[in-house]
Design a protein around this ligand. Structure first.
Ligand code: SAH
Length: 219
């Protein structure tokens, strides 16, 4: 039986607006990113029992020991990735419940998403379908390998932290493409942005962050 998503586009429009105002005061400036955050109802990506907390600016559990990222972090990473452009081809690593995928889908032409936990994929696809999002392709794979078939990407966003930047991801970046990725052990993690240039990569540290680890292999 198809699941019903109560109040898509209706419930919590006001609470969502409050979230957008909070993101603005926290420093998110890109109006397209704010509009994308406003367009995606976060409550359908979390368990019904937690839906009332969906517009708090916190990470919440999504099952299988994973979490939906904090809205501020989703907005911040998205803003850094798209930097005012309309990207055509984006790779997302660690799509989890699909929330970040849905936000990206508003802003870029095509999203290719990989997730290591197979059990999270069908529900994520179902949510995207229910929202009418049709430009995301998702598969069960190890993000350490990226998704070579659709490379090069003009943006890669990683939602779990490896100890080092996986070489395959750098290789799958187009020249001028950006990789936004948390790196480091829990308690000592930094959000990094790498830009691929003709001659190599430029790296910048954006913020101190706290993500679940990027775990090798599939589950
Ligand atoms: N993008 C999600 C956040 C998911 S949390 C959101 O919108 O809220 C991070 C996700 O990364 C988890 O679902 C976890 O299973 C996944 N992950 C961890 N290691 C991975 C790997 N090697 N390859 C792909 N996904 C991975």
């Amino acid at each position: 039986m198809r699941k019903h998503y109560a109040g898509i586009g209706m419930t919590s429009v006001r609470t969502r607006d409050r979230l957008i105002e909070r993101l603005r005061t926290e420093g998110i400036r890109d109006e397209h990113v704010l509009a994308a955050m406003a367009a995606v109802p976060r409550h359908i990506f979390v368990d019904e029992a937690l839906a009332s907390r969906a517009y708090e600016d916190t990470a919440l559990p999504i099952g299988a020991g994973q979490t939906i990222s904090q809205p501020y972090i989703v907005a911040r990473m998205t803003e850094a990735l798209v930097h005012g452009k309309r990207l055509s081809n984006v790779l997302e690593v660690g799509s989890g419940c699909g929330y970040q995928s849905a936000v990206l889908a508003q802003l870029v032409e095509r999203v290719y998403a990989v997730e290591r936990i197979d059990a999270l994929i069908a529900p994520a696809r179902e949510r995207l379908h229910a929202l009418g999002v049709s430009n995301v392709r998702m598969r069960n794979a190890d993000g350490f390998d990226g998704w070579p078939a659709h490379a090069p990407y003009d943006g890669i966003l990683v939602a779990a932290a490896p100890g080092y930047v996986p070489q395959a991801l750098v290789e799958q970046l187009a020249v001028g493409g950006r990789l936004v990725i948390p790196v480091g052990a829990q308690g000592d993690q930094y959000l990094q942005m790498l830009v691929r240039t003709e001659s190599g990569v430029e790296e910048e540290t954006l913020a101190r962050v706290s993500f679940v680890p990027l775990v090798p292999g599939i589950g």
